[in-house]
Structure formats: structure tokens, C-alpha cells
Design a protein around this ligand. Structure first.
Ligand code: IPM
Length: 360
């Protein structure tokens, strides 16, 4: 298969972790006789530094001409402390999601047996957790109008949802549930928010089309608690943009490190694959960033193109690295010198020699 992949490394640890995912994709191409080409483009704070804008037009063009986009991370602490900054790195990520129409964000949350002891939760509580979060990604409060009054004392962010925006991600989530444990939980705040009531109404309307899927409805505040207390009760979680952002980050506590959570952002025409973590500026260029979320995002890219065997091999490489403790310091108390690159090298070697790769 020929694939042209746009690579947007972004900021902070983004370039380091993305380099490992590209390395893995290159070795997959070599081993399976595919032709993957990669074209880099600027986004985020690094794009602001070089071009004055977080999402240059050239970047959008490169993404639109590609078969898929691999995204790194975005953000820089210098903007976080400045509430008056008009141009922000995050506008790059939100802009690309909107430009490419990436409405459905898919975030798997899997508790790996080899990492159960790393999580701050009890092993018996989290063992066998396997959840997939379907987060609506191009609407809601993230994309509603926002204003600050002239006197600077009143701020408004509008949360708006249209029926079609809810329907498309809902169908995707139901279909996913059908291929899993056939349980879907809508997370909303329907006791307070009108948008949530619309979500509930639409999900109830659509549910009969998927009679084999059990549907539950729960409020975000309760879901936030249940996710930690009894994560195994969830299979597919369907939710709106901001709740999905918060819940997925919370879910990383179950997995042991946010450096492990990958995601796919899918639209009608384009698809982008990105770790859920941010730029983690203070860890940049130290070789300590965990590349697994980026490598697993690359595996989701392979899934998207139906390259199942290839994706499975990448995941096996990840599993093996975790089993052998070839992991960066966020997860490692056995060897403390395993760098971002070393994890990538291990998975690269594994793909070339699945039966022989061990720690050396
Ligand atoms: C994520 C991130 C982004 C979001 C930020 C960087 C804008 O937290 O992908 O979850 O809030 O969507």
C-alpha cells in the first residue's frame, strides 16, 4: 500500500515521540512492502515562532493532500500563564481538527497487566479494564462563540450542538459497541444542560437501530467517579467534546501513565492520529518522554487503512516492551536509563525480528 503521511510534530516532547512513531511506521513499510512517505509541517508554538501563526496555510494544504496525519503534541507553558495572549498554540490543533472535519475522536483505555502495579489505583479495581471513549471533537463549547465584554468583567463561551453533529459520532460509537461488549454509556449533564438533553434525546432515538447494544445514561460528575471506582463496568463511552477531554485524561490514571494513551480523530474525508497527552514542555529534549502513545497512534493509523497484521505487530512490540520494562521513567523503576529513542528502537527491532527481540 502507498500512503502519504503528513507529520505534525508540534511542540515540547511532540517531535521526540513522533520521531519514534515514524521510525516504527518506516520499519513496518519495509517489512510488509508498503511505500510510506512522510511530509513534515509546522503547527502550534513552533509554528508561531517561525511564521507568526499556529496553523500556517501550508500545513493545512499538506494535511489535505495526505492520506493521513500523524500529530505530536501542542502547547508551551509561556502561553498558559498569559490570559491575554491572542495567538495560542492550541488554536493550531483546534484549527486542524475543524479544517479537516475530524468530528469523531476515539480514545482506547486499556489496563495492561504488566503495568497494573504502576497505577495509583488498586490492581483488583483496574485489572481487565478495556474502554473506548468516543469524544465529539469539532463542536460544543470548544467551538462556540466566545466573548469578553468591553470592560473585561464578563466572559461568555457558548456550548452549541446541532443534531447532525451528535448523530454521526453516535452511530460510530454504536458500531464500535457492536464489535465489542455491546454496551454504550452516554455521559452528559442532562439534569442541567439543554445540549445534554438533546444528546440524550438523539441517542434514545438512534438506540433501537442497534438492538444488540445495551445503553446507559449517566451524568458526567457520576461518570468521573465511577470511572475510577469501577472502570470495568464501561465498554464504549460516548460523550461531547469537553467531557471527553476531561474523562480521557482522568482515564490515564487507570493505565498508569498518560504517555500511553493514543487516539484517532476521524472525519468524512480525513483522519489524524495523535497521543492524548500535551507538549510537556519541561520534559522536552531530555529523552524521557514516553513514545508509546505516539507509537500506538501509528498503530491506529494502520488499523484505519485495514493493515491489521501490521497494527497487531506494532501492538505486540509495545506489549513486549512493557513486559520487559523497556519503558521511559514515567513507568520505570527497574532500569532508569531507558530513553525515548531506546523504546522506539526496541519496538523497531521487534517488528523486524518478533521472535528474537529481548533486552540487550
Ligand atoms: C486533547 C488536548 C486538547 C483538547 C488541547 C491541547 C486543546 O487536551 O487533545 O485532549 O483539549 O482537546
Amino acid at each position: 500500500m502507498k500512503l502519504n503521511i503528513a507529520v505534525l510534530p508540534g511542540d515540547g516532547i511532540g517531535p521526540e515521540v513522533t520521531a519514534q512513531a515514524v521510525k516504527v511506521l518506516k520499519v513496518v513499510a519495509m517489512e510488509f512492502n508498503h511505500v510510506f512517505t512522510f511530509q513534515n509541517a509546522l503547527v502550534g508554538a513552533s509554528a508561531i515562532d517561525k511564521t507568526g501563526t499556529p496553523l500556517p496555510k501550508e500545513t493545512i494544504d499538506i494535511c489535505k493532500n495526505a492520506d493521513a496525519v500523524l500529530f505530536g503534541a501542542i502547547g508551551n507553558t509561556k502561553y498558559d500563564d498569559d490570559p491575554d495572549a491572542k495567538i495560542r498554540p492550541e488554536q493550531g490543533l483546534l484549527g486542524i481538527r475543524k479544517e479537516l472535519g475530524l468530528h469523531t475522536n476515539i480514545r482506547p483505555v486499556i489496563a495492561y497487566d504488566d503495568l497494573l502495579s504502576k497505577a495509583s489505583l488498586k490492581t483488583k479495581q483496574i485489572k481487565d479494564t478495556n474502554i473506548i471513549i468516543y469524544r465529539e471533537l469539532t463542536s460544543g463549547i470548544y467551538f462556540g462563540d466566545r466573548y469578553l465584554s468591553d470592560d473585561g468583567n464578563t466572559a461568555t463561551d457558548i456550548c452549541k450542538y446541532e443534531r447532525f453533529e451528535i448523530e454521526r459520532v453516535t452511530h460510530a460509537a454504536f458500531k464500535a459497541a457492536q464489535s465489542r461488549k455491546r454496551k454504550l454509556t452516554l455521559v452528559d449533564k442532562a439534569n442541567v444542560l439543554e445540549t445534554s438533553r438533546l444528546w440524550r434525546r438523539i441517542v434514545k432515538e438512534i438506540a433501537p437501530q442497534y438492538p444488540d447494544v445495551r445503553v446507559n445514561y449517566t451524568y458526567i460528575d457520576n461518570a468521573a467517579m465511577e470511572l475510577i471506582i469501577k472502570p470495568r463496568q464501561f465498554d464504549v463511552i460516548l460523550t461531547e467534546n469537553m467531557f471527553g477531554d476531561i474523562l480521557s485524561e482522568e482515564a490515564s490514571v487507570i493505565v498508569g501513565s498518560i504517555g500511553l494513551l493514543a487516539s484517532a480523530s476521524i472525519g468524512d474525508q480525513y483522519a489524524m492520529f495523535e497521543p492524548i497527552h500535551g507538549a510537556y514542555t519541561k520534559a522536552a529534549n531530555k529523552g524521557i518522554a514516553n513514545p508509546i502513545a505516539s507509537i500506538l497512534s501509528a498503530a491506529m493509523l494502520l488499523d484505519y487503512f485495514g493493515l491489521d497484521e501490521e497494527a497487531a505487530l506494532v501492538r505486540e512490540g509495545v506489549d513486549k516492551s512493557l513486559k520487559l520494562h523497556i519503558t521511559t521513567p514515567d513507568l520505570n523503576n527497574k532500569y532508569d536509563n531507558i530513553s525515548t529513542t531506546k523504546v522506539g528502537d526496541f519496538i523497531e527491532d521487534f517488528i523486524q525480528n518478533p521472535d528474537e527481540t529481548n533486552l540487550n
